[in-house]
Design a protein. Structure first.
Length: 363
């Protein structure tokens, strides 16, 4: 793990540099062209284990086989598409795969409605273009262009939010493995090791539906939400601990009971039923993802450290829950009130304090 720095967030390859170096040093298996380590070592980096005497912390807690499929895809010349609900660690896994394979996770294109084809291919410094005409020096290379030149991985986040013509720019790149630059009369072939990792939210389906032609260029891996409460709690605890190491929260890490309360509430409202399946519940408009649970607990730590005694209380939790759950004032507020009265209120002494604080905030 990285020590505290003045940078708010380090890229994965710097944050976990010690672990990556240990895996490279302990390498015994064949390393593909352009990679820093073997597929087996990448798997260890992602799912956890040991490299010599160094403990490798798990970056992704979930189905190991899905990670194996993702890594195996990148060994071939196929691109990888990670699909899932918001907060299922698509971007997190994409970043760490790039960090382990190339030691560089920063060749990123953030897909939005405003993303242009030039951001996928290349653009120009127009001041130089006017004064000197087209030249290699006037060219502004995209992350994909740079990845092709260096034989590394480019990441495209939220690809389904990009316009269709922008998505289509990737088709020729992934098929032909080259970018044509007609202004300068040459083509840039992709070096061995080049690939693309894209992510897409299932909630964005229909925003800009990916064409069948583009989908065929990807191997698709669907990342599910955590399978059970224990898995989700493990993910939340691990990420909150990592997050707090580089923030001045002045608070103790949340206790097991606190994490359990947040994850239980989120899972039940997300699934629309209690964990035992005995009672149906109204769902909320928000996703209530694992990522939101992590943010909620980090915010509760900040409240406890700034205005309390450094230990998360029900008072701190209630404020975070209210903000995370009630996004649509009318629908979410009603679902939350019903949950408080029909579920939380009847759960006994352990939940009584949280029920009281949540009820006061929701009145």
């Amino acid at each position: 793990m990285a020590t505290k720095t003045k940078v708010q967030r380090l890229p994965a390859e710097q944050m976990f540099q010690k672990e990556i170096n240990a895996l490279i040093a302990a390498e015994k298996d064949p390393v593909p062209t352009g990679w820093k380590m073997s597929p087996r070592s990448v798997l260890t980096y992602i799912t956890g284990g040991k490299a010599g005497k160094t403990i490798i912390t798990p970056k992704y807690i979930g189905n190991r086989r899905l990670v194996e499929i993702a890594i195996a895809t990148l060994v071939t010349d196929r691109a990888l598409l990670l699909i899932g609900e918001p907060g299922t660690a698509k971007s997190w896994l994409s970043e760490h795969l790039s960090a382990a394979i190339n030691g560089d996770s920063t060749k990123v294109i953030q897909g939005t409605a405003g993303t242009t084809e030039e951001q996928i291919r290349y653009s120009w410094n127009y001041a130089m273009l006017v004064s000197q005409g087209p030249s290699p020096e006037a060219m502004l290379k995209s992350p994909v262009y740079n990845a092709m030149e260096t034989g590394t991985i480019a990441r495209v986040e939220e690809i389904s939010r990009c316009a269709s013509e922008v998505q289509d720019a990737l088709i020729s790149i992934l098929s032909e493995k080259r970018i044509s630059v007609p202004e300068l009369g040459f083509e840039v072939p992709a070096k061995k090791g080049f690939s693309v990792i894209a992510t897409a939210n299932t909630r964005d389906k229909g925003v800009n539906e990916m064409s069948a032609a583009l989908k065929r260029r990807f191997n698709i891996v669907v990342l599910p939400a955590p399978a059970d409460l224990e898995s989700e709690m493990d993910i939340v605890k691990t990420r909150v601990e990592q997050l707090s190491e580089n923030l001045d929260l002045n608070s103790e890490l949340p206790e097991q009971e606190v994490v359990e309360k947040v994850c239980t509430i989120f899972r039940e409202l997300r699934m629309g039923e209690t964990l035992d399946g005995k009672q149906k519940l109204k769902t909320t408009t928000g996703v209530l993802s694992t990522a939101e649970a992590i943010s909620l607990l980090a915010n509760s730590m900040a409240l406890a450290g700034s205005f309390g005694n450094g230990v998360i209380t029900d008072y701190d939790l209630a404020a975070g829950l209210q903000g995370a759950i009630v996004k649509d004032e009318e629908k979410d507020s009603l679902a939350w009130k019903e949950y408080l009265e029909n579920i939380l209120k009847k759960r006994g002494l352990k939940w009584a304090g949280l029920y009281k604080e949540c009820k006061e905030l929701n009145e």
